[in-house]
Write a protein that binds this ligand. Structure first.
Ligand code: PHE
Length: 448
């Protein structure tokens, strides 16, 4: 770990930071929403299999690139290259990942701003500021600009402090809070009428749907988004891990936390919907499927909290604080990708680089807010439907086809000297070389 660029000071610090990046709105909002619209537990099952069989190997590839390179995504990938063409290819992939992270942050900041405004609303309602409460929960350009700016300022203030004092310290504080809040909310929802029915609906798979192409595509997309793949984020987090650590287990632990929290979020959201139904709220759309997307989070759940009386204010507050924390630990990782690149390649001081890039991304968010109908969906598809899978695929190609097998082994052996005799080394290189790139390509072209 070089002193000048910083690094995670402990294994726990890395796990919290990487799990913090992975666990975000994708887990707590996206996953339950996808589950609701893709046949319940059939989706959960497919998601679990794909997360471990495809997303985990790709995640390991990105972590390894970073730990080997000990630098930002572009420099790390270039260190693995052996000729000019490979160096150019490395630049394109690494830089595209950095741009992809910035684009994701530009729309993610808007969503996070919504979560924050909904978290403030119970407080203003309790204080009797009714006009303010209505402003907080109604879509408007001013509200969106204000809360996106606020959220970006929080993200910038953490990244300005660097890896140990910023990312690691805040992830270590926020992640346990997030897990605690999630568990408390689940316990509370389970005491309410209707939750049992939701629980059964969540965990009762309709096996006939498991091989539906749309379900497979959605599950793979969710798993990739959730593990922050194809965005340079895991490369840079990998570069901050000490060479003494066992990457194979660290990667598996982070994947396990990520998947478990998505699963727990489903245990909160789906039963909550059925509780809302027991209170007379319509939770099925015209086509008979469970309502998902923004309506679920911003209509059904708030109606449910309102129906709970006084305690609903606390539950609503807890829920949207949970969402905001999840978003923040992810957004800091998205900002770190471009910041580390500018700091290391252009020798710009971290604080300056962070403010400058953060502000630039906020400008993109503002453009999206001002042209919402045209740009919002476009930026999401560009970065998550096209960008992430393609970049993640090329990272696997890089590791599988360009990086020398002996060099990979030498890197993984640091912190895990028996790795070559274990199951991981028997399966993973082959997986990264053939299975991951082809599976990603098949799913990608199918989704087009
Ligand atoms: N993994 C985060 C989530 O689930 C989103 C994310 C994507 C974070 C890309 C970093 C990079 O919400």
């Amino acid at each position: 770990m070089s002193v000048s660029r910083g690094g995670f000071s402990s294994r726990f610090g890395f796990i919290m930071a990487a799990a913090g990046s992975a666990v975000g709105l994708g887990n707590i909002w996206g996953f339950p929403t996808q589950t609701a619209s893709n046949g319940g537990a059939a989706f959960v099952l497919v998601y679990l299999v794909l997360a471990f069989c495809l997303a985990y190997p790709a995640f390991m590839a990105e972590l390894l690139i970073g730990r080997y390179g000990q630098a930002n995504a572009v420099t790390s990938m270039q260190k693995m290259s052996r000729n000019l063409w490979q160096k150019r290819f490395a630049f394109i992939i690494g830089f595209s990942g950095i741009i992809c992270a910035a684009l994701i942050l530009s729309f993610y900041g808007i969503l996070a701003g919504w979560m924050m405004s909904y978290a403030v609303e119970p407080v203003t309602t309790m204080l009797g500021f009714n006009d303010l409460s209505s402003w907080l929960t109604a879509q408007s350009i001013t509200r969106n600009l204000f809360f996106t700016a606020l959220f970006m300022m929080l993200t910038i203030s953490i990244i300005r402090r660097g890896v140990e004092q910023g990312i690691e310290k805040w992830s270590k504080r926020l992640m346990p809070m997030l897990i605690g809040l999630l568990i408390l909310l689940i316990i509370y929802v389970f005491t309410l009428d209707g939750s049992r029915e939701g629980f059964i609906a969540y965990l009762n798979p309709d096996i006939s749907r498991v091989f539906e192409p749309d379900l497979l595509i959605n599950a793979l997309g969710s798993a990739f988004f959730s593990l922050s793949l194809g965005t340079s984020v895991m490369v840079i987090y990998g570069s901050y891990i000490s060479k003494k650590e066992n990457l194979v287990t660290l990667g598996a632990q982070v994947t396990l936390i990520d998947v478990s929290i998505a699963f727990l979020a489903g245990l909160l959201i789906i039963p909550s919907m059925y509780v809302a139904q027991a209170q007379g709220v319509a939770i099925f759309g015209d086509d008979g499927s469970l309502i998902s997307g923004p309506n679920l989070v911003f209509d059904i759940l708030p109606t449910l909290f309102d129906g709970m009386g006084g305690i609903g204010l606390f539950v609503g507050f807890g829920f949207f604080v949970l969402m905001s924390i999840a978003a923040l630990t992810s957004s800091i990782s998205m900002l770190e990708g471009p910041v580390s690149f500018v700091v290391e390649r252009h020798n710009i001081e971290r604080k300056k680089a962070t403010t400058f890039i953060g502000f630039g991304i906020f400008i993109i968010s503002s453009l999206i807010i001002l042209n919402f109908d045209v740009l919002f969906g476009f930026v999401i598809s560009l970065s998550t439907v096209y960008g992430q899978p393609l970049i993640a695929m090329f990272c696997c190609v890089f590791v599988g086809w360009i990086w020398q097998r002996s060099d990979i082994l030498a890197e993984i052996k640091q912190g895990n000297d028996k790795v070559e005799y274990g199951l991981f080394w028997k399966i993973w290189p082959w997986y990264t070389k053939f299975v991951c790139p082809s599976a990603i390509a098949i799913v990608f072209f199918h989704s087009l």
